[in-house]
Design a protein around this ligand. Sequence first.
Ligand SMILES: C[S@@+](CC[C@H](N)C(=O)[O-])C[C@H]1O[C@@H](n2cnc3c(N)ncnc32)[C@H](O)[C@@H]1O
Length: 292
Amino acid sequence: MSKISKYLKEVVARAVNYNQFHSDFLRKLPQEFHPPARLQFVPYLSSDERAIAIKIEAFRSQIPKVSEAQKIASYTSPHSGSFQKDAQGHALSGEYVESNIEAHVKTGSPKLKGMLLRRIVEGYGAKRVLELGTNTGFSGSYFVSAKGVELTTIEGSESLCNIADKNMRRISPHYRIMNNLFDDAIDLLIKEKAKFDCVFIDGQHEKEATLHYAERVKPLMSENAIYIFDDIYWSDDMNDAWKELVYTKDFSKAVDLFSVGVCVQEEKATGKTVLYDLGDYLPRPNIFRKNW
Ligand SMILES: C[S@@+](CC[C@H](N)C(=O)[O-])C[C@H]1O[C@@H](n2cnc3c(N)ncnc32)[C@H](O)[C@@H]1O
């Protein structure tokens, strides 16, 4: 489907399902998830949000100038079915590959996605946020722009950590960047007895890796914590991971917001997750990387 026909299909679905979205979806959806769901249905920012987004986005065009090199390495997302662990039970990361700085700039969460993340933590009242996958610090900047949020973010590439630091320090001092592989940082955080109300898993987009990290961060999560899974329509494999997380893990609620999936871990989860699915009201995204 061309981009234009996809866009038109979405516009029509928004118009046709507008009343149903409000009277049916929002009526059932727990109140704390209304702000992000509304943003996905009608991509409109408040004036405060627009002002914050302008400040955050101003850094995007600066990155090639402040970067120490024009080519920077990062950990790529491996192909499905390639997951392996080492003797310690740590996931083997994807390949460490150099790309142009412009490619990294594009990888960072764009404005509406960043605001979606911000609305999720704000709506839920999550203050201590853990992020797997810092990149250039755009999702991080949107997180720390929310009042009271303290972010711990993990990134294997030192050069990206340096850029992310320059990015986020313009917005808030309340963040810590850990330049480690995810499993190593998780070990350190467990030793420190750190606790988080929210985790954003946004690196090594592969089914088994996603399930692995969701399991590994569990000792770090507070009661009623939320798990945000990025790119649940990135590949068939990532979409399988999402379905498995929703239906087989100990979450009580799950919200499919297309660009991310959010799960709530509750102490007394019954094993039966209630799924709130935007796909009942808007055309579901196509899988981005078919046969990955
Ligand atoms: C998709 S990007 C994160 C984007 C960022 N959260 C945003 O939305 O702006 C994923 C990042 O995770 C890092 N990464 C992937 N696998 C990793 C691993 N096993 N350990 C540490 N970092 C990893 C990559 O280097 C990359 O910069």
